[in-house]
Design a binder for this molecule. Structure first.
Ligand code: SF4
Ligand code: SF4
Length: 77
């Protein structure tokens, strides 16, 4: 599983950090960052609350969150 945050879509509103029931996500400057990925219990709240659809929670070959900076990076996961 993985949490994917598309930084090209993120507007830095902080909603994902606010809604997360754990301390998985934190704001670092104007963008969310992952602090404790092992605490994620995949509730999907961050994905549902993001106003611009920048977060996707889904199965991947990776364990833990993955940050996407470019659209083409998506296809590599
Ligand atoms: S899926 Fe739930 S627990 Fe995991 S980062 Fe998102 S809001 Fe937090
Ligand atoms: S809710 Fe979405 S737009 Fe807002 S900070 Fe989180 S990832 Fe960025």
């Amino acid at each position: 599983m993985g949490i994917k945050i598309d930084q090209t879509k993120c507007v830095g509103c902080g909603e994902c950090v606010e809604i997360c029931p754990e301390d998985v996500l934190v704001m670092e400057g104007k963008r969310p960052a992952v602090r404790y990925p092992e605490e994620c219990w995949w509730c999907d709240a961050c994905e549902m609350d993001c106003p611009v659809g920048a977060i996707t929670v889904r199965f991947t070959n990776h364990v833990g969150p993955v940050f996407l900076k470019k659209e083409e990076d998506r296809d590599e996961i």
